[in-house]
Design a binder for this molecule. Structure first.
Ligand code: ATP
Ligand code: MG
Length: 425
């Protein structure tokens, strides 16, 4: 019989690597707490219409990447390809946006039917943040400063750079789009196939085409900044000034347009050169029109989505995850001899009772003393705790430091709470 396998592009996180995930998850929680964000959790499945109406009918995601299926009663449902649409839906549905500012974050799996490769999967994970009710540009700046602090906190600030752009208002984009299309039509023979198709459907996306000849052509294309409305230009100038004041450097990239239709004004990406073609770790921007588009009263909003797998790849490449994160055991408790074996679980519970924070691995399944000590060492524990006939007799545990050559000693059962201090010193 063929052995069953996970779906292509959907990964298991095995015990060896889950500490890295947990390390990052903890860092993210701490960060969001420090900036006053609260968590929101939305379902993984939504009505297909939600994504079509928010992300846009002619985007890559909606056209070819969604996991869409018919429910048992023939309703069209979709596994979420990103987090913003669901959060906006929830905020409208539960009336979170009436005359109040909301700062929320989310975390969870996203699904896109893409070609699996390094840094690109069919189930991947994002952390994201959304702020509703602030027009910025100060909140735009604060959001970006928060992400800059994250790179500091994780020790990767030198390896990641900020790209920044403004997409102006819908009106300025429309005027620009018209002239861009005129220009590109005049040179249609020089466009790659994908871009030629986009000329009809989503011409602004041509700006971030990777094809060299298309890139070349775009050098002579009309410049969006000439079409930018004054208010958006001012908004962008203040954002830049705030980032300058904070000492956060950035590159203004007029070709940065992002793949989702709902963005306007500020857009940004944090990019690394350490991960090959999949270098965008975090992307975000302002989406002031989306709440109204999904049926709410107009509320300005901005947010970002961050790819967890890509960030972990980067952390691992740069070897910046503290080794302590992988240490999941403090003490390894073993028994020797039949009588001690019979008392092992009881003593283990006593150790845990006396040390609420201590991580206690008990050795079950028998074996020689030598093999037990080997497992204790491999577990990463600081101390082996040994219960043999002598210890039973004297109501003690032998404590052996596995990481230094300090002398083994015996600890009374009445003083087991001292273990906590021993592992943290
Ligand atoms: P890309 O240009 O790399 O395709 P995107 O613009 O489609 O990214 P967003 O929709 O903005 O990405 O999602 C935010 C982040 O989520 C990305 O910057 C990336 O880190 C991550 N991400 C997006 N798609 C995938 C995927 N298929 N696998 C892993 N991570 C992904
Ligand atoms: Mg993509």
């Amino acid at each position: 019989m063929k052995t069953l396998q996970a779906i292509r592009g959907m990964n298991d996180v095995l015990p060896d690597r889950s500490p890295a995930w947990q390390y990052l998850e903890n860092q993210m929680r701490i960060l969001f707490d420090r900036y006053g964000y609260r968590e929101v959790r939305t379902p993984v499945v939504e009505e297909t219409a939600l994504f079509k109406r928010s992300i846009g009918e002619v985007t890559d995601i909606v056209e070819k990447e969604m996991y869409t299926f018919a429910d048992r009663n023939d309703e069209s449902l979709t596994l979420r390809p990103e987090g913003t649409a669901g959060v906006v839906r929830a905020a409208i549905q539960h009336g979170l946006l009436h005359n109040q500012i909301q700062k929320v974050w989310y975390h969870g799996p996203m699904f896109r039917y893409e070609r699996p490769q390094k840094g690109r999967y069919r189930q991947f994970h994002q952390f994201g943040a959304e702020i509703f009710g602030l027009e910025g540009p100060d909140i735009d700046a604060e959001l970006i400063l928060m992400t800059a602090r994250l790179w500091q906190q994780l020790g990767i600030a030198e390896h990641i750079t900020l790209q920044l752009n403004t997409l102006g208002t819908q009106d300025s984009r429309n005027r620009y789009r018209a002239d861009l299309v005129t220009f590109l039509r005049a040179h249609e023979d020089r466009l790659d196939d994908d871009s030629r198709r986009r000329l009809e459907t989503n011409p602004l996306r041509i700006l971030d085409a990777k094809h060299p000849q298309t890139q070349q052509l775009l050098n002579d294309a009309p410049d969006f900044f000439a079409y930018l409305d004054t208010e958006s230009a001012e908004h962008f100038a203040v954002l830049r000034a705030e980032l300058d004041k904070a000492g956060v450097s950035y590159e203004v990239n007029p070709r940065l347009v992002r793949g989702l239709d709902y963005y306007g004004r500020t857009v940004f990406e944090w990019v690394t050169d350490q991960l090959g073609a999949q270098g965008t770790v975090l992307g975000g921007g302002r989406y002031d029109a989306l709440v109204e588009q999904l049926g709410g009263k107009p509320v300005p909003a901005i947010g970002f989505g961050m790819g967890v797998e890509r960030l972990l790849l980067l952390l691992e490449t740069l070897e910046v995850i503290p080794p302590a994160a992988f240490n999941t055991v403090d003490t390894y408790l073993m028994s020797m001899g039949e009588e001690a074996d019979g008392r092992l679980l009881q003593i283990a519970e006593q150790v845990r009772d006396a040390n609420p924070g201590l991580r206690v691995q008990t050795h079950l399944g028998g074996g020689s003393f030598k093999s037990k000590m080997k497992k204790a060492d491999r577990s990463g524990a600081r101390f082996a705790l040994i219960l043999g006939a002598e210890e039973l007799q004297s109501e003690t545990l032998a404590v052996k430091d596995l990481r230094t050559d300090s002398e083994q000693f015996n600890l009374d059962w009445s003083a087991l709470d001292r273990l906590t201090g021993l592992v943290t010193e």
